[in-house]
Design a protein around this ligand. Structure first.
Ligand SMILES: Nc1ncnc2c1ncn2[C@@H]1O[C@H](COP(=O)(O)OP(=O)(O)O)[C@@H](O)[C@H]1O
Ligand SMILES: Cc1cn([C@H]2C[C@H](O)[C@@H](COP(=O)(O)O)O2)c(=O)[nH]c1=O
Ligand SMILES: [Zn+2]
Length: 187
């Protein structure tokens, strides 16, 4: 008898806070526990790999690259996993309401859903899908990177490299985690 059925697990926080590491760890544990588990990543996030979810520490798990929630729906209509994981959910294509409706549908069917995603963009504006999923989660983890200026708990991903576009794929050349005080000083 599986302990987890239809649970929503949300890993959020700034960049470098360990969201993907925790998602990977959950996937590994669910597999060890005998759950049929599949991981997805938005195709736009091709920073380290097209076909794997990769952490900043370069650990990885295999993943199916998808453009939008519809592609996950199609996959699930053919296969019957017990657990799905979605990394970088803030980049998943599709209307927010459709993504939430699909995820609620998966949960209703007993599928456990693990997601990882940024809570805020570089300006401090919430990513809408994460904002929607946080209150309906069963398990919500807000992770913290280390502020690179003061060593405190980071709060936001500060963009160092300029550009006003909301989506800019990158890692430590473009972004650094900062606590609120250091961010306000930097602005
Ligand atoms: N300032 C930092 N604070 C915490 N971890 C950092 C920092 N800079 C680099 N890292 C590395 O990032 C790893 C977390 O990576 P990852 O799980 O991919 O995070 P996220 O998905 O939240 O961006 C940590 O284990 C650590 O080795
Ligand atoms: C803050 C912020 C980040 N991004 C991008 C940069 C990275 O490609 C991902 C986040 O990856 P991580 O696993 O959380 O480190 O998001 C962006 O496009 N816009 C932003 O405002
Ligand atoms: Zn700081």
């Amino acid at each position: 008898m599986h302990q987890y059925s239809g649970k929503l697990i949300v890993h959020t926080g700034s960049m470098f806070s360990g969201k993907t590491s925790n998602l990977e760890n959950d996937v590994k544990r669910f597999k060890i526990a005998g759950y049929n588990t599949v991981a997805f990543k938005p195709a736009i996030e091709n920073r380290y790999s097209e076909s794997q979810i990769v952490t900043h520490d370069h650990t990885s798990i295999n993943a199916i690259s998808v453009k939008n929630i519809e592609e996950i729906n199609e996959y699930l209509s053919e296969f019957n996993p017990n657990v799905i994981a979605i990394d970088e959910i803030q980049f998943l294509g599709g209307k927010i309401d459709d993504i939430v409706e699909s995820i609620n549908g998966f949960l209703k069917k007993g599928i456990t859903v693990v997601v990882a995603g940024l809570d805020m963009d570089y300006t401090g504006k919430p990513f809408e899908i994460v904002k929607e999923l946080m209150p309906i989660s069963d398990y919500l983890y807000k992770h913290h990177a280390v502020c690179v200026k003061c060593g405190g708990d980071a709060w936001i991903s500060h963009r160092k490299s300029g550009g006003k576009e909301r989506i800019k794929i990158g890692a430590d050349k473009d972004y650094e985690p900062l606590c609120r005080k250091c961010f306000l000083r930097e602005k």
